[in-house]
Design a protein around this ligand. Structure first.
Ligand code: NAD
Ligand code: ZN
Length: 344
């Protein structure tokens, strides 16, 4: 089959590689119908994620059809349409029982990181019973592909950790796909204000159409002053960091109100400045989290009930054969206005 293989920092290739096989009784092999490119793939390609070894097939969002199952898989059979969680987990260990699937002590494998991923014709899914979700008949698969990672990331790490409440004020720093996913899912809780902060006017415009009440271009405006002016001088109840650089982590500390919460979603390769004394004095809660995809089933029902439409995030579509062009489009988002690029 064809798959997009990471070949070390700065290098990737669409290669002919062996078809995945059932290796364990709990495995399934899934034929990929749709996958995506994620910001994390670009981090890996820069060499920022040393746990990803050269030779790994990239990609961690996907929907597909079951091609084969091992003898111990009881929930799925050949031909079932499934949504693939970016985390493969056993479902039975102490961490899994607490919903901390990404810390599963038996597996806890992330597709396209520690095991081969979805940017290929087929993928092997360990612990299929607990790592796949059935797609109800007639549902548009493309609408669900982002429930593998970015929707639960924005929701779990940003909105739930950030304790977004009805009538509260929220600032989301970073209007990339993850920040926009937080914007879409924050609205489940009817906050009064959602202020979106970014450097990119196009993404801020998208955020407006997705329901942001205010947008701030922090490249042109003093974001701290704007947020304070919009919140009666006190700052926001929830500041969601969805960029992953020191400056935006500091910005979150500058705009959160006393008693508020900073929900850090961004992956900070470098050290970030933590003004612990100030956070202590203002009763600030700081949360971090690796996505667990524990909310993927409830997000699936929300999409099914037409209360959430992740398709809004899709800007481009490519065939697997053209995945290198898809990467160029995604990497050049400033010009191409790419948000989510779908493969398949
Ligand atoms: P992205 O790079 O597409 O988006 C980041 C956005 O931040 C862009 O719109 C960019 O214009 C904006 N930005 C950059 N510098 C800025 C600045 N100084 N001020 C304001 N805005 C700025 O990334 P993404 O795919 O949306 O992901 C966002 C973060 O979430 C990344 O760090 C990613 O690694 C992380 N992530 C975390 C988890 C998790 O489990 N916690 C899972 C997936 C992704
Ligand atoms: Zn487990």
């Amino acid at each position: 089959m064809k798959g997009l293989v990471y070949r070390g920092p700065g290098q990737k290739a669409l290669e002919e590689i062996p078809d995945p096989q059932i290796e364990q009784p709990t495995d399934a092999v899934v034929k990929i119908l749709r996958t995506t490119i994620c910001g994390s793939d670009l981090h890996i390609l820069k060499g920022d994620v040393p746990t990803v070894k050269p030779g790994t097939v990239l990609g961690h969002e996907g929907v597909g059809v079951i091609e084969a199952v091992g003898p111990a898989v009881s929930t799925f059979k050949k031909g079932d349409h499934v949504l693939i969680s970016c985390i493969s987990s056993c479902g039975r260990c102490d961490y899994c029982k607490r919903g901390m699937y990404s810390h599963c002590s038996v597996a806890g494998w992330m597709l396209g990181h520690t095991i081969h991923g979805t940017q290929a014709e087929y993928v092997r899914i360990p612990f299929a019973d607990t790592s796949l979700h059935r797609i109800p008949d007639g549902m548009d698969e493309e609408a669900l592909v982002m429930l593998s990672d970015i929707l639960p990331t924005g929701f779990e790490c940003g909105v739930l950790n950030g304790k977004v409440q009805p009538g509260s004020s929220v600032a989301i720093v970073g209007a990339g796909p993850v920040g926009l996913a937080a914007l879409l899912t924050a609205q489940f809780y009817s906050p009064a204000e959602i202020i979106m902060i970014d450097l990119d006017d196009n993404r801020l415009e998208v955020a407006r159409t997705f329901g942001a009440t205010q947008t701030v271009n922090s490249g042109r405006e003093n974001a701290v002053e704007r947020v304070k002016a919009l919140t009666g001088g006190i700052g926001v109840d929830t500041a969601i960091e969805a960029v992953g650089i020191p400056a935006t982590f500091v910005l979150c500390q500058d705009i959160v109100a006393p008693g508020g919460t900073i929900a850090n979603v961004g992956v900070h390769g470098a050290k970030a400045d933590l003004h612990l004394e100030r956070l202590w004095a203002h009763n600030i809660t700081l949360t971090t989290r690796l996505v667990d995809t524990v909310t993927t089933p409830m997000l699936l029902k929300t999409v099914q009930a037409k209360k959430l439409d992740p398709r809004k995030l899709i800007t481009h579509r490519f065939a697997l054969a053209d995945i290198l062009d898809a990467y160029k489009t995604f990497e050049d988002a400033a010009h191409t206005k790419a948000l989510k690029v779908i493969i398949g």
